[in-house]
Design a protein around this ligand. Structure first.
Ligand SMILES: [Cu+2]
Length: 510
């Protein structure tokens, strides 16, 4: 081929492309210059004849796991049995929520079939359920995607069949009225319809799905939280989460890989309201099948995943460390929970990256969460047995990542910029005044331990009353400070007041 003139080469290439559409990808094998925008594994059509062989029971997996590749070369009858279970589960540390689930998890069980398969779908609704439910699979061709045929009362089962005509990654969800409420309670998942030749082999496949949640209480307000219909209609989520709970994919539940491995993420977005700007900090997606379609995009930093949509994201791990997955609508990541971690182990690769771990910079209290101390304090407060020790332990976990960014982990501050909290005469002269500093922020001239500061501390109003009380109790009992303690009720009273003007300008004014 090398000796052919340019024009001949181009026409040959074009012929190969045309042929590949007419007959199949095998025709162009070896023609490396042809870089079709269509993955070779998706170009072939399915075989849509009658199902062959014995019926097969589908393997379903709970997130973040994905059933193994099918490796089947004929269309079969595949039986899927999925049970709806309404259950209370943690949505954040010390916070519980009554989720409605497909298979007991949020997102629901992952389903994997082959293009051309006839799927016999059995939807059960557990007898303990209070609501009827159904299922709409976006991989179904037919009105309602199965919803009309699958309305199932508590304690009942319904059945319908469909042929998986189109390959791809599809969202399924409940479509029982009020639909938004069923989806907001966690009723969604993914079904993969493999192309007949399967997907290219990779080292890891994981299942991650985003959803937005609406609770009556504030973010991280402890105890059981109900669904808030008004917030949902206004599209003001309390939580935005991967896999249904804050911390579902962090700490020892982080996704794992080794260096120089290939990773494939099936990333869905259940919504009900938000569109996800899915991003992995420190990784570039080698390949994205955006919107779950057949075309792919290469070298992608952030991919948009619509509500009720999904993408297949692939990359190679090269440098070890913690890779933080976020919705890059970034308040969702750091203030509503949309944060997951993939931990990559292996030898350093200084040629590609010379730096250090991302943990402390990006993650704060989410890197090595000791949120158990926080829920212990909450439980103790509820039962009236809260000790200063409980508050200090909880406060320490919260201080790191909230206050330590500026005042430093040892409370020493930064000369001329952030005043010290350790042995601070300003703090110790009037410990209760610090409540207002945290809630309303502080700006203007300030003297701490003989040194002048004129800067701005933003209000930390995202913290709830317990959190502020515990953080300040920790601060006041550390680094040779005076050692009093602050009660949640005192924080509540201070919050009710309007922000006082401190010095020449108040926080937020310029
Ligand atoms: Cu439902």
């Amino acid at each position: 081929m090398k000796r052919l003139p340019q024009a001949a080469l181009i026409s040959l290439t074009l012929a190969a492309v045309v042929l590949s559409f007419a007959i199949g990808p095998q025709v162009v094998a070896g023609a490396a210059i042809v870089a079709p925008a269509v993955a070779p594994e998706v170009a072939s059509a399915g075989d849509f004849g009658a199902p062959q062989g014995m019926p097969i029971r589908a393997v379903l997996t709970s997130p973040p796991f994905v059933p193994p590749a099918l490796k089947r070369n004929y269309p079969a009858k595949v039986i899927v049995e999925l049970e709806v279970i309404e259950k209370e589960m943690p949505i954040s540390e010390g916070v519980s929520y009554t989720f409605w689930t497909f298979g007991g998890t949020v997102p629901g069980s992952f389903i994997r079939v082959r293009q051309g398969d006839t799927v016999e779908f059995h939807l059960k609704n557990h007898p303990s359920s209070k609501m009827p439910h159904n299922i709409d699979l976006h991989g179904v061709t037919g009105p309602g995607g199965g919803a009309a045929s699958s309305f199932t009362a508590p304690g009942h089962e319904s059945q319908f069949s469909f042929k998986a005509l189109n390959e791809g990654i599809y969202v399924y969800h409940c479509a029982t009225a009020p639909v938004g409420m069923h989806v907001a309670n966690g009723m969604y998942g993914l079904i993969l319809v493999e192309p007949p030749g399967g997907l290219a082999a990779v080292d890891h496949e994981y299942y991650v799905m985003q959803g937005d949640f609406y609770t009556t209480g504030k973010y991280r307000a402890k105890g059981w939280q109900g669904f808030d219909m008004e917030k949902a209609i206004d599209e003001r989520p309390t939580y935005v989460l991967f896999n249904g709970a804050e911390g579902a994919l962090t700490g020892d539940k982080a996704l794992r890989a080794k260096t120089n491995e290939t990773v494939r993420l099936f990333v869905g977005n259940g919504g009900p309201n938000l569109v996800s700007s899915f991003h992995v900090i420190g990784a570039i997606f080698d390949k994205v099948r955006f919107e779950g379609g057949s075309n792919f995009q290469q070298n992608v930093q952030t991919t948009l995943i619509p509500a009720g949509g999904a993408a297949v994201v692939e990359y190679q791990t090269k440098v070890p460390g913690s890779y933080v997955m976020v919705d890059h609508s970034i308040f969702r990541a750091f203030n509503k929970g949309a944060l997951a971690i993939m931990k990559v182990d292996g030898p350093e690769n200084k040629e590609i990256y010379s730096g250090k771990e991302v943990d402390s910079v990006y993650l704060g209290d989410r890197a090595a969460p000791n949120m158990a101390a926080v829920s212990k304090a909450t439980a103790a407060a509820a039962s009236g047995s809260l000790t200063v020790r409980d508050q200090v332990n909880a406060g320490k976990a919260l201080f790191n990542g909230t206050c330590s960014v500026c005042h430093q982990a040892n409370g020493a501050g930064l000369p001329g910029v952030f005043p010290p909290l350790a042995k601070s005469d300003y703090l110790n002269a009037n410990p209760k005044r610090a409540i207002g500093v945290v809630i309303h922020g502080l700006s203007g001239k300030l003297k701490v331990n003989g040194k002048e500061y004129e800067s701005t501390m933003p209000p930390m109003s995202q913290l709830n009353d317990d959190e502020v009380a515990n953080i300040l109790t920790y601060v006041l009992n550390s680094w040779d400070n005076k050692g009093t303690h602050i009660k949640a009720a005192e924080v509540k009273a201070e919050r009710a007041k309007t922000a006082p003007k401190t010095g020449p300008k108040a926080a937020g004014e310029h």
